[in-house]
Structures are given as C-alpha cells and as structure tokens.
Design a protein around this ligand. Structure first.
Ligand SMILES: *Cc1c(COP(=O)(O)O)cnc(C)c1O
Length: 357
C-alpha cells in the first residue's frame, strides 16, 4: 500500500466499466451503447457551438438543458437536476439523500456502481435478493431503511417493474428517499417521472447515454420534488460548478428536441431485441424477458465464461459478470441488425457445433 494514500482510498474498490477496445472492427455488444448515431440535429448543434465562446465558462445552471428536460417530462425547472452523466447524478444523490443512520436497500443483482458509491461515502447497505425469476418483490423492501435505489428496468437483468408496483413501493415507504434509475426506461417502460408531484421522496434519474446515443457527451439528469433537487444542487455546488460543458448543453437540448429521431431509434432497438430474444431461445438459451437495450441469457449446456471467450476470438464482445447467481449469464447489448446477425451466427456455430460433437 502507498503511504501517501488516505485510509479511505486504501479501502476503495472502484467500479470497473466494460472494456472500450482500441480495435474498431469488433462487434461491440458489451456496454449497452446505442448502435445508431445521435440525431443529426445534435451534430449540427455541436458544430454551431464550436467557436470562440469556448473561452467562456458554460452556464453553471445549464438552464437551457433544464428547460428542455422540463418540456420533455412536463416538470418545472426547479424539479430538474443535471450532471455529467447519470453516474455523477447518482453519486450526488447517494451523498445528498441516502447517507443516513439506517442502511439503504438495493437488489442483490443490480448496477454494480451502487455498492461502490456506498464505499466512497461510507453508506451502509443491505442487498435484497431478487426472486428466482430475477424480479424485485416489493414486499421485501418493507423494512426500516435509509433509502432505496434500483434501476428500472433493472441492470443487468432487463426486468421491468410496473408503474403500479413502484406506486405500491412508494406508498409503503414515505419516510426515506426512493431513487429509480431509469437508464433504460425508453426501451419499453413507463417513466416514474409522472409520479414526482405526488411523492416528494421520489427521485427519478435518466441519462442521454443510451436511448439518445450520447454516451460520449456525458449528460444525465434527475427529476424530483424541488426539495430533493435543492439537496443535489448543494452537493454539486460543493464539488464542481460546471459539470456540463457548452457542447454537452447544446447537444443535450438538440437531442431532447428531436422526438422523431428518438422514436425511430428506440423502436428499431426494441424490434431487434424481440428478434434476438426469439433467435437465442431457438438456440436453446434461456433469455430473461427484457425491457432494456440488452438481453440477459444463459445456455443450459454451455459455460458463459467459455462462450464469452469464444465470441471474443470471433471479434464479438459481450459482458460476463463473475458474480454469484449470474455467473452463467451473458449480458448482450442490442446492436444493429448486422451486429446481432453476426452474434447469432457465431453462437449458432458454438452451440450447435458442440451439440453435434
Ligand atoms: C449506463 C447506466 C448508467 C450511467 O449512465 P451515464 O452514462 O453515466 O449517464 C446509470 N445506471 C445504469 C443502471 C446504467 O446502466
């Protein structure tokens, strides 16, 4: 251990993001990026922003972006918080809203950044097992807690919790904050943002990384009661006054305003997901029904780690987590039809090849 490190840093176990390979010829189905380019209007807005005004700081409040989000989700700007990717928004929310006496609750199988934030901020947590079918059971969260957080649809399972269940959870949990991480909500779910006026303890977090094809621009936001948003602003104002640069603000506004491109891209991905789900099932995979831009699947006769390695040799990368309960699953991002056809061809050779041997 390095003696210059603080005791906190000695203990930190950082999140490990999916690989970003240098080789561009790979079929990259490992980090849930959108296979389609962002709206051409985003690129136009970025070009328009490339001028001498880059010498000036951006708007610290990103007002134009908050207005665009407010128009999109029908909320007031005081109910909107924006950050440098939803990872940053979540980090601020953990510190601002989830650090209390009681442990917070989240599913045992979920976004692996949550325990990392807990480690960073010294927040105790209990992980609540998903059911055998990998679903969140609302009753399991009816216990004293310092807050609740989960993705909807969940990651990496893709399983969706219905709006009525989220309401049930909120009705039974009025004394602490519930954070719904909607990174994948646009691929088949209904946003809980519609509930924020009724539940002052609900924070809904979304990102432009997935459904808007802007993972490279780093834009995330939260919707909630103005009181919750103020807490996030306090943390942000104690950390970085300008988390969103001029390009991100301009590009984000343009992305939110191009409803047609958004609709086209998410419909294409949902269509491809349904096709891939069926094709994987035809190859003998068990595929969890997904409402996200990825599927989570296992094969009863093939080790997931070996499949992932064999796919890699064929220049296709998917995500494999060596974690309890899910070590036999592959998380496969939905790419273009061509990407997915390449995946299915490779799996067909691997799976059928072994069966014939
Ligand atoms: C991708 C993802 C995020 C983070 O997205 P950003 O790129 O930081 O906006 C947050 N939560 C979940 C569950 C994700 O999968």
């Amino acid at each position: 251990m390095n003696p210059y490190w603080s005791p906190l840093v000695q203990e930190l176990k950082p999140y490990v993001p999916g690989e970003q390979p240098k080789l561009s010829s790979l079929v990259k189905l490992n980090t849930n990026e959108n296979p389609y380019p962002p709206s051409p209007k985003v690129l136009e807005a970025l070009r328009h922003e490339l001028n001498g005004s880059l010498r000036l700081y951006p708007d610290p409040n990103a007002e134009q972006l908050k207005l665009a989000i407010g128009r999109y989700l029908n909320v007031r700007t005081e109910q909107v918080f924006v950050g440098n990717g939803s990872d940053e928004v979540l980090a601020h929310a953990f510190l601002a809203l989830l650090k209390h006496e009681q442990p917070i609750l989240f599913p045992d199988i979920t976004y692996s950044f949550y325990p990392v934030y807990c480690g960073l901020y010294g927040i105790a947590y209990n992980s609540i097992p998903l059911t055998d079918s990998f679903d969140i059971r609302i009753e399991d969260y009816a216990r004293p807690n310092g807050g609740i957080v989960f993705p909807n649809p969940n990651a990496p399972t893709g399983r969706l919790l219905l709006q009525t269940d989220i309401e049930r959870l909120l009705n039974g949990n009025r004394d602490s904050v519930v954070i719904v991480d909607e990174a994948y909500i646009d691929f088949g779910g209904e946003s809980a943002a519609a509930l924020v006026n009724r539940f002052p303890n609900l924070l809904v977090v979304q990102t432009l990384s997935k459904s808007r094809s802007l993972a490279g621009l780093r834009i995330g936001f939260a919707i909630g009661d103005a009181g919750l948003i103020e807490a996030l602003e306090r943390v942000k104002g104690s950390f970085n006054s300008y988390p969103l640069d001029r390009l991100a603000i301009a590009g984000g506004v343009a992305a939110l305003e191009d409803r047609d491109h958004f609709e086209w891209s998410r419909q294409a991905i949902m269509w491809t997901r349904n096709w891939v789900t069926q094709a994987l099932a035809d190859l003998g995979f068990e595929v969890l029904p997904s409402a996200a831009n990825f599927v989570f699947a296992r094969h009863p006769a093939h080790d997931a780690g070996e499949l992932a390695a064999a796919l890699r040799e064929r220049h296709i990368i998917v995500r494999h987590f060596r974690l309890p309960r899910i070590e036999q699953f592959l998380r496969i991002t939905i790419g273009t039809e061509e990407d997915c056809q390449a995946l299915l061809d490779a799996l067909n050779a691997l799976v059928a090849g072994k069966a014939a041997a």
